[in-house]
Design a protein around this ligand. Structure first.
Ligand code: NAD
Length: 358
């Protein structure tokens, strides 16, 4: 039976990348029914709403979607579609594999890690008290009664980390590790300083680890983890982190394996799973058939695995890896210099992947 998937092209270079990805996914011979829906800047300009209800309803119905990047205007316009999606669908786990493929220029060729980032809590929960407001003064007064003095001219951001949030993200990391043949989960934290937030995250992660005796578990203080990732990346496997550290380490990981053009992602929740590249809409290249579709294609590989199509996922991943390894039919960012005249476009890269499909 065909998999029905919500297909959101996005804006900027999104539609070109999404089309290339749709073609390679179909070339695996897995049957798909694409429920095409709009979101992003183009839709905002057309209808005044960047995220129509039909799009959200479609994802809720199909429970799985793949999405091209969408632009978030700075300062004015609409809110980030990605933030809306995460909130509306409770997409609490962000999964970002960072694997160095042969042929990509990287200083860290041994890297093959998976970052599992908590998406809903921590300093990104949006609980903030602006300097100089009555709410800020009230909070500081209450804190003072509790023995915590905060300077009058301070802005305050609150860092909530719960048992509920920590348990489900730790479980997501172990389940991912088990389903994908990984051997170890590392929890990253700063529990030595933030005993009641990061300390709780660590305590819950340790408890969850006991339910997975087939997998190794260890923990690292976040600064030490960053140091070790760039000195001994081969020692790391699946890494689970609270929201802020996860955000930073995801970009570190993307940089370690060759940059944004090759960094895929998945946001998984209780209601649905959404697959998309780490990078943005790169609007300056819109319509030029220029940018690298690898990140969205590899997000498609994650989607295939999520749908239980592991054979197709392996074949698509190995076709992408072969094209990158050969290096002749790749986009500008994978060439030795960015103005290399032999670089191919987005759609020709997809043609090459389809030709290489085993
Ligand atoms: P960006 O990732 O779009 O682009 C930054 C630069 O990275 C580009 O100029 C380009 O040189 C390079 N790059 C990005 N993707 C590439 C690819 N596939 N192939 C080759 N090179 C690539 O980041 P930005 O310019 O900061 O953001 C543009 C817009 O995208 C913003 O509105 C931002 O809010 C949005 N954004 C969306 C998402 C998403 O939809 N998931 C994620 C991040 C940013």
């Amino acid at each position: 039976m065909a998999h029905t998937v919500t297909f959101i092209p996005g804006d900027g270079t999104g539609p070109e990348l999404a089309e290339a990805t749709r073609r390679v996914l179909e070339a695996t011979c897995v049957p798909f029914t694409w429920d095409r829906r709009e979101a992003g800047l183009d839709e905002y300009e057309r209808s005044g709403n960047p995220f129509p209800d039909e799009t959200l309803d479609s994802i809720k119905r199909n429970r799985v979607g793949i999405k091209g990047p969408t632009t978030t205007p700075v300062g004015s316009g609409h809110r980030s579609i990605n933030v809306l999606l995460r909130r509306e669908l409770d997409l609490y786990a962000c999964i970002r594999p960072c694997k160095a493929y042969d042929g990509v220029r990287t200083r860290f060729p041994e890297t093959d890690i998976v970052i599992v980032r908590e998406n809903t809590e921590d300093l990104y929960a949006g609980i903030e008290f602006e300097r100089g407001t009555p709410e800020n003064a009230e909070l500081r007064a209450d804190l003072e009664k509790l023995g915590a003095k905060v300077r009058e001219d301070a802005g305050i951001s609150i860092k909530p980390i719960s048992v509920f949030g920590s348990e489900r993200i730790a479980r997501a990391a172990f389940e991912y590790a088990r389903a994908n043949g990984r051997r170890k989960v590392t929890a990253a934290h700063k529990a030595n300083i933030m005993k009641f937030s990061d300390g709780l995250f660590l305590e819950v992660s340790r408890r969850v680890a006991e339910d997975y005796p087939d997998l190794e578990f260890e923990d690292r203080i976040i600064d030490n983890l960053c140091n070790q990732l760039v000195s001994r990346p081969e020692e790391y496997d699946v890494i689970v982190l609270p929201n802020l550290y996860g955000d930073i380490v995801s970009d570190l990981g993307a940089g370690m394996v060759g940059g944004l053009g090759v960094a895929p992602g998945a946001n998984i929740g209780t209601e649905a799973a959404m697959f998309e590249a780490t990078h943005g809409s790169a609007p300056k290249y819109k319509g030029q058939n220029k940018v690298n579709p690898t990140a969205l294609m590899l997000s498609g590989v994650l989607m295939l695995r999520h749908l239980g199509e592991s054979d197709a996922a392996d074949r698509l991943e190995s076709a992408i890896a072969a094209v990158i390894r050969q290096g002749d039919r790749v986009t500008y960012d994978l060439k030795p210099t960015r103005d290399d005249p032999t670089a191919v476009g987005t759609s020709e890269f997809a043609d090459a992947v389809i030709e290489e499909m085993p």
